[in-house]
Design a protein around this ligand. Structure first.
Ligand SMILES: [Zn+2]
Length: 459
């Protein structure tokens, strides 16, 4: 049984889709005015793994990831460059597709663009106004009235007062409450003509939040199974999506809310001013695309992720070790049997809120087995299970030629194994603890236990 951490419930829950065997999932996608950075890669990778695992588990998945192709930053950038809004967004949509293809991130089933759903956005705003949840201010903007929507703050787990105090919202005299947010933004005088759409509130453009509410409903219906996005979108973006959709429709927007954790670079928040801002294409110049993919999958999607060159290098070493096993022994051709012990533990890990680091640890155990027993059936399991994560599908000889890491060691994998052994010991599972020690010794790693914990050294 798949269990998912639901931000809305603040706990892991059994996953029950609305329609048996089918999953409808919406993930907030890119605002296309610049190249995607490595934080975007993490987000898209997180939900790529979610959709892959759902499909591997037998669900028929409709995966939607939208494209925001009208928004303030887009208008500003297009004006700066003296090009049309669509020329700018087409350029960066193409770039995003190139980047994700390189990283093995599969395309969503539907990729709606906001500019194609403006009528649906206007309908939704109409509904909100009819329910007295929206008002047009003197400035011409149409805003959502948070005070007239009592459940506001449910996703954040906070009251209006707590949100006002905690989130430094800009005070705007035109709003009835500082937390009110814009649904329809009237066109400003200096803006290009292609930024405006006609509406009964005057020419303008949708607010960012209403874009997702309208696209989600248009493609997946009023209630769907999973809504995902980065942790930074939980407030206000997702809170506002809930207020709009549930305020208008009176039914839940999504049953499970998933948020992937932040990404830091060298233990610091990534920012242009700190000089540690990395686009996906810059990272692709420094490392093999599959190594980047593998690196991102070694951390559970909800945990914070730290990017550093050293950790990336170690991931290259680790991935090479998996490929080495497949070079030593060619996999046999049988299909995967999920009752086999490694496959069933892999499934257990993935069913536990997509726990990729544990799933990857099982790949390493299999690699050790292949090395030890030269078993074609273990090699087949290794290749198949890795394939579920989008890994190990290249020719192992070619991979080895590309990345030569013969002397290096993989600290992350060793630390994981040491941790797993400590857990096994505290659970009095001494057979498992001994097995992990023996498997590390096979790799030339010696463990030393002391009162303060376990350390390791190379033989
Ligand atoms: Zn969204």
């Amino acid at each position: 049984m798949l269990r998912i951490y639901n931000t809305l419930a603040r706990e892991k829950q059994d996953f029950q889709p609305i329609e048996p065997g089918k999953v409808r999932m919406y993930v907030c996608g890119m605002t296309t005015y610049d190249y995607c950075h490595i934080g975007h890669a993490r987000m898209m990778m997180a939900f790529d793994v979610v959709q892959r695992w759902l499909r591997a588990s037998g669900f028929q998945v409709t995966y939607v990831r939208n494209i925001t192709d009208i928004e303030d930053k887009i208008i500003k950038r297009a004006s700066e460059r003296g090009i049309s809004i669509s020329a700018l967004t087409e350029e960066f949509i193409d770039a995003m597709h190139e980047d994700t293809r390189a990283l093995g991130i599969e395309l969503p089933d539907v990729e709606p663009r906001a500019t194609a759903y403006v009528p649906q956005m206007l309908d939704l705003i109409d509904k909100l106004q009819a329910k007295d949840l929206a008002y047009q201010s003197e400035s011409g903007d149409v805003n959502f009235a948070v005070r007239r929507y009592p459940p506001y703050g449910r996703l954040s787990g906070k009251t209006l007062d707590q949100l006002r105090a905690g989130e430094r919202v800009a005070v705007d005299a035109m709003k009835q409450d500082p937390l009110d947010f814009v649904l329809w933004k009237h066109a400003r005088k200096d803006e290009p003509a292609d930024a405006g759409f006609a509406s009964r509130w005057g020419t303008g453009r949708p607010g960012w939040h209403i874009e997702c509410s309208a696209m989600g409903e248009a493609v997946l219906g009023k209630t769907f199974d999973i809504h995902g996005g980065g942790a930074d979108l939980q407030f206000p973006h997702h809170e506002n999506e809930i207020a709009q959709s549930e305020g208008a429709n009176g039914v839940p927007l999504a049953n499970y809310w998933l948020h992937n954790g932040f990404l830091n670079v060298n233990d610091e928040k990534m920012s242009k001013s700190l000089g540690n801002f990395l686009t996906i294409r810059e990272v692709l110049k420094r490392a093999d695309a599959e190594v980047i993919r593998f690196f991102l999958l070694r951390v559970q999607y909800r945990s914070p992720f730290n990017y550093s060159e050293q950790l990336m290098e170690e991931s290259g070493v680790a991935l090479a070790r998996l490929y080495t096993a497949l070079r030593e022994v060619a996999p046999d051709e049988k299909p995967i049997d999920w009752d086999e012990p490694y496959a069933s533990r892999f499934r257990e890990a993935m069913d536990d809120d997509f726990n990729t680091p544990i799933a990857v640890a099982i790949l390493f155990e299999l690699a050790t087995q292949v090395h030890r027993n030269k078993s074609a059936s273990d090699a087949r399991q290794l290749k198949h299970l890795a394939g579920v994560l989008g890994l190990l599908q290249r020719d192992p000889v070619e991979f080895a030629q590309k990345l030569d890491h013969s002397d290096a060691i993989d600290r992350v994998a060793i630390d994981h194994a040491v941790e797993a052994r400590a857990k096994a010991k505290s659970a009095k599972n001494y057979a498992e603890a001994d097995r992990i020690r023996a498997s590390l010794l096979d790799q030339g790693i010696i463990l030393e236990d002391s009162a303060s914990g376990t350390t390791w050294r190379k033989q």
